[in-house]
Design a protein around this ligand. Sequence first.
Ligand SMILES: [Zn+2]
Length: 175
Amino acid sequence: MDKCYACGGTVRVVKDKPYHYIESGLPIVLHGIPQYICEECGESYAAIPDTMKLHRLIGKSICKKRKAILKADEIKFLRKNLQMKAKELADTMGVTPSTVSRWENEKKDIGEAHDRLLRLLYMTFVSEHDHSAVREGTMDIFRDLPKKRKKIKEPREIELNPQEWLTPCIECCPA
Ligand SMILES: [Zn+2]
């Protein structure tokens, strides 16, 4: 890619700049992603390979690394990645669709039990897709969650490196 799609100007490739993946709706920072910056209009875009797999990695990172009660945008991300409509997730979790909407609109906290159930559902979904159920350490997630949890306002960024989702067998043969 050497011409800007917006203005036709010359595009410069930047390889080592962290990319804030705002499209995900979450504070995700990707490393090692080539970015294209137009020298004329300043338009910038990134080439993100295998977004399906990346999204599952982000979902797993939320389930594993977020020790606080799941936030609205995290719940929404997990549900969308589960490819479920609010009603389907509600049926699966034994709540009403309006409860799911309230979680996602920050009107209501998801609560301890449903937070854990959603993580479990998500990890089950991932293990069915990535065939790595044994290696996911799902049990550890629940063992490591603090007993008394609070909501946090500004969660830390989750930083991801390309080898985490582009290497096919990272789970079973780490470097
Ligand atoms: Zn341009």
